[in-house]
Design a protein around this ligand. Structure first.
Ligand code: IPE
Ligand code: IPE
Ligand code: MG
Length: 237
């Protein structure tokens, strides 16, 4: 279990942690297992880390589950990921019991009807939860999100000269959420892969070689400890 006690470090926790859940395929390959086994293991890690984040008193966690680019993968793998998502959503009652508020960000309009219904149910079931906000980025792409926001703004007939940064922020999927303070990417890749590109303008980053299925609460603790040593200046002195 992790080293943080809610009482001790609550005030120094990042408000919003975003995680790129990467490395499932390589985790499976190392074990001579099919990629699907990696996604199943990654799903378990996701549930454990979400629970742990809620337990230590994190306010917001946003996880990257499926990107707008991930449709390029073999159909079989896409189907497998969607089935894991179905299982998770059917089980989402557990999260309600844990007082976690679930929300999806991304273009879910193109997903299968049954998944859309499960998503609506999961969001509804947990809408009054007062614990951590757990955002799941699904068919999410940062550029796609900005295009979507621009269309919404244009359709509202707003005066172009009145558009501010806040106008853009308020029309993203993440409207009403604070920007992520801290972005964690395991798996040894040093890139954002189109994740929260507007919102991450002043985020801190933490990279690690750990593959997502191996990521444990103690690694979240390590990352948070590093975060707490950072000096955030936002352009000031
Ligand atoms: C992340 O793991 C899961 C998704 C993108 C859905 P990957 O499947 O990308 O794993 P690697 O990067 O191939 O190891
Ligand atoms: C980012 O991982 C997307 C998710 C974790 C859902 P990818 O594995 O798709 O990213 P790239 O292809 O390595 O940039
Ligand atoms: Mg990957």
């Amino acid at each position: 279990m992790g080293i943080f006690k809610k009482e001790k470090s609550f005030d120094k926790l990042p408000t919003h942690i975003a995680i790129i859940m990467d490395g499932n395929g390589r985790w499976a390959k190392k074990r001579s297992l099919p990629r699907t086994a990696g996604h199943a293991a990654g799903s378990k890690t996701f549930k454990d880390i979400a629970r742990y984040g809620n337990k230590i008193g994190l306010k917001y966690m946003t996880v990257y589950a499926f990107s707008t680019e991930n449709w390029k993968r073999p159909q079989e793998e896409v189907n497998n990921i969607m089935n894991i998502l179905r299982d998770y959503l059917r089980d989402a009652k557990n999260f309600k019991d844990e007082n976690i508020k679930v929300k999806f960000i991304g273009d879910i309009s193109v997903l299968d009807e049954d998944i859309k219904e499960l998503i609506a149910d999961a969001e509804k079931e947990s809408e009054n939860a007062t614990g951590m906000h757990l955002n799941i980025a699904l068919n999410y792409g940062g550029r796609d999100e900005i295009v979507h926001a621009v269309k919404k703004i244009m359709k509202s007939g707003v005066d172009p000269d009145s558009i501010t940064e806040q106008t853009i922020s308020e029309n993203l999927y993440t409207a009403e959420m604070p920007d992520p303070d801290f972005i964690i990417r395991p798996s040894g890749e040093y890139r954002l892969s189109n994740y929260l590109i507007w919102q991450s303008a002043y985020a801190e980053y933490w990279f690690s070689d750990i593959l997502w299925p191996d990521f444990k609460p103690k690694h979240l603790d390590m990352a948070i400890e590093d975060y707490q040593k950072r000096n955030r200046r936002y352009g000031g002195v």
